[in-house]
Design a protein around this ligand. Structure first.
Ligand SMILES: N[C@@H](CCC(=O)N[C@@H](CS)C(=O)NCC(=O)O)C(=O)O
Length: 224
């Protein structure tokens, strides 16, 4: 969103699990992304999108007309509150149950002695899994619901609510989660071949991955 606005920025990536330090840095919560801009500390991509439109109105992240804005805000809220939870819950469930996956994450984050760190980070993985209320039943239900959710995304691309030509706040919010889903080998088949696959890849190339398989076959969504 900063690049779309042409605003120069400096990005810092936190090692996995260290998001709570943003509170120590003066932000009002414990998640990333967090943006310090113009003397303000803005937390969460939805708040960040609104702050960026205030500071640099063009190109707009939210359309000017109230009806069009309401549509974009609804897609953005759904992307944040509903769609994002699917890859996040699956991944956190995997981290709580799979030593190899924890080692993979430590390696991907460039942490030395990744195997050992993976084994030592079990308690932290269990806390994160509990925070996102993840469970095997939930991961199974998410897998069943995912195709319907992706139909919704494809519909929004078809009716222009989401667009790569003029990306709005919902485009960033929703396609980043589609990219995260594509990046999980277990969930990828649900997206492959759909209209939303290529735009998500184009907008968010180069995520650290793909994340190797960690779900047993009965917990994976159906492919197309
Ligand atoms: N869609 C939200 C997501 C925020 C979010 O959940 N971030 C995760 C990234 S892994 C996080 O920091 N989680 C830490 C936690 O839940 O404690 C946003 O964009 O602000």
């Amino acid at each position: 969103m900063l690049e779309l606005k042409g605003l120069p920025y400096e990005a810092t990536t936190l090692p996995p699990g260290l998001q709570p330090v943003v509170r120590l840095l003066g932000f009002p919560g414990v998640t990333v992304p967090a943006l310090a801009i113009d003397g303000r500390k803005v937390l969460g991509s939805r708040a960040i999108a609104r702050e960026l439109d205030r500071l640099e109105p063009e190109p707009r992240l939210f359309p000017a007309g109230p009806a069009a804005r309401a549509k974009v805000e609804e897609a953005e809220r759904w992307g944040d509150e509903v769609l994002q939870s699917v890859p996040r819950r699956a991944f956190r469930w995997g981290l709580a149950h799979d030593n190899e996956l924890r080692a993979w994450l430590a390696r991907a984050a460039g942490i030395p002695a990744a195997g050992l760190v993976g084994r030592l980070s079990t308690p932290q993985a269990l806390v994160f899994a509990r925070m996102s209320r993840t469970s095997e039943a939930r991961v199974r239900a998410d897998a069943a619901a995912l195709p319907g959710m992706l139909d919704r995304v494809d519909g929004w691309l078809a009716d222009g609510t989401l667009s790569l030509d003029e990306p709005n706040a919902a485009t960033f919010q929703v396609l980043s989660s589609v990219a995260a889903i594509l990046n999980l080998v277990d969930l990828r088949p649900a997206v492959e071949g759909r209209p939303c696959a290529e735009p998500a890849d184009t907008m968010f190339p180069g995520l650290p991955g793909p994340v190797p398989s960690f779900l047993s076959p009965e917990l994976r969504p159906a492919g197309r």
